[in-house]
Ligand binder design. Structure first.
Ligand code: ARG
Length: 459
């Protein structure tokens, strides 16, 4: 038997394999609520515009609510033969209300319908990502505030560079995640135009009111070009691109947590709630959540690449290729939200190991730059010369297997005679971080300023 939605010109039904490759109901049923919201807005507009009667619109409205509650309560039999969520809903509506159901699709196509449904779904995910990031930022701010003056080593090349504060390190992530948040917010603003009423590709001869449906669905305006409206998936790509960058940031932070929680570093203790054990090694406490967050970038960036490849080279307007958009975005969204929530939980629970951080902060000649800066300030030495003198002192300390503050004044003077005892003031890690008061620097006072700024921004 041929299809009840489009079977007029068909003598035979589809091959089972055709049905299998064509159907999207297995996953696009996730857009049921969006589909029904779009149909309700469309039906109300058709009635207001005099295209269908008020009583038909009322029947459609009631029927759609019935279908929605069937779906939400799990009492809906999804059919692969009916391809997708749009036709499943409409076919069930026909069973529930009869003839008026056939008038719902006036002045509309599945092409603008699916674009609308998917946009509504992605828009919710933009908001979910924004909220998830904000929660994570708040957890980071709490860590930064508590540890604004805890010292730790700062690294470049993962080699000890200069002492920084725990708060400063946490605030670096705040900046990164705040940019991620603003990317989702930007993308949301750009995407918020309604495709509904673009119909198949050319618009419609019915006197529809696209402003009305746009407003009903929370869009800022109708999309201005019907061809573009049905063939645009930029909103999904922007979601995936923003998700990819955010997942990249999450993976960097996750990697640091994996390193920091190792027995060799001991910078942090992760909570039992976000760790797992080993079935053979009784001592193990593994940072699995961090590792999985670190890995999520793989599938999220994969989704971004996959959808870009799907869209590449597609002629205008709609092509069935575009049905391949949804699974990628669904999977990326699910995993991004999970990763954000897991990171928030880990950050909230984690305990910085202050003695380890402080001991590490002072090792590895971390205040060598402070020493060079002192030579510049106290002895008016050109920085390049100061760099050289300091390098000699580091070599001396290294040969004696000690740190810079362990050298005696006589040792120092053997390298440069004018060095005086107050040099030792700058070799301590607390003095080092406190001195870095330049805007954006690691000094506790600067960190507290930034914490206050972000708290005010986030309200
Ligand atoms: N299931 C389709 C999709 O996800 C809906 C649009 C189908 N449109 C069409 N002309 N066959 O893209």
């Amino acid at each position: 038997t041929s299809n009840q939605m489009w079977g007029g010109r068909f003598a035979a039904g589809p091959d089972a394999i055709m049905e299998a490759i064509n159907a999207s109901i297995g996953y696009d049923q996730r857009m049921a609520a969006q589909d029904i919201a779009g149909s309700r807005a469309h039906a109300a507009m058709l009635a207001k515009s005099g295209i269908i009667t008020d009583s038909d619109a009322e029947a459609i409205r009631e029927g759609l609510l019935t279908v929605l509650s069937e779906i939400e309560s799990g009492n809906f039999a999804f059919s692969t033969a009916l391809e997708d969520i749009h036709m499943n809903v409409e076919a069930r509506l026909k069973e529930v209300i009869g003839e008026p159901a056939g008038r719902l699709h006036t002045g509309r196509s599945r092409n603008d319908q699916v674009a609308t449904d998917f946009k509504l779904w992605v828009r919710d995910q933009m908001d979910a990502a924004t909220a998830g990031i904000e929660a994570l930022i708040k957890a980071l701010l709490a860590q930064a505030e508590a540890g604004a003056d805890w010292v730790m080593p700062g690294f470049t090349h993962l080699q000890t560079a200069q002492p920084v504060t725990w708060g400063h390190h946490m605030m670096a992530y705040v900046e990164m995640f705040a940019r991620d948040k603003s990317r989702f917010e930007d993308a949301r603003r750009r995407m918020n135009e309604s495709p509904l009423g673009a119909a198949a590709l050319a618009g419609t001869s019915f006197p529809i009111d696209r402003d009305m449906t746009a407003a009903a669905l929370g869009f800022d305006r109708p999309a201005a070009n019907s061809l573009d409206a049905v063939s645009d998936r930029d909103f999904a790509l922007e979601f995936l691109a923003a998700s990819s960058i955010c997942a990249m940031h999450l993976s960097r932070m996750a990697e640091e947590l994996v390193i920091w929680s190792s027995a060799q570093f001991r910078f942090v203790t992760l909570s039992d709630r976000f760790s797992t054990g080993s079935s053979i090694m009784p001592q193990k406490k593994n940072p699995d959540a961090a590792e999985l967050i670190r890995a999520k970038i793989g599938r999220i960036f994969g989704a971004n690449t996959a959808l870009l490849m799907v869209m590449k080279g597609l002629p205008l307007a709609y092509s069935k290729d575009m049905q391949e958009d949804k699974e990628q975005v669904f999977d990326a969204a699910d995993n991004l939200m999970l990763a954000l929530a897991a990171m928030e939980g880990m950050v909230k629970d984690m305990n910085a190991n202050r003695p380890s951080l402080e001991a590490a902060a002072g090792s590895g000649f971390s205040t060598a730059t402070d020493l060079a800066d002192w030579l510049v300030r106290a002895l008016n030495m050109p920085f390049r010369d100061a760099h050289h003198v300091t390098g000699s002192l580091v070599a001396m300390a290294e040969s004696r297997d000690c740190d810079l503050p362990d050298l005696s004044l006589e040792d120092m003077q053997s390298v440069h005679a004018a060095i005086s005892a107050d040099v030792f003031d700058v070799l301590g890690v607390h003095n080092s971080v406190a001195s870095r008061m330049s805007y954006g620097g690691t000094a506790p006072a600067r960190v507290r300023e930034q914490v206050a700024r972000w708290k005010e921004i986030l309200g």
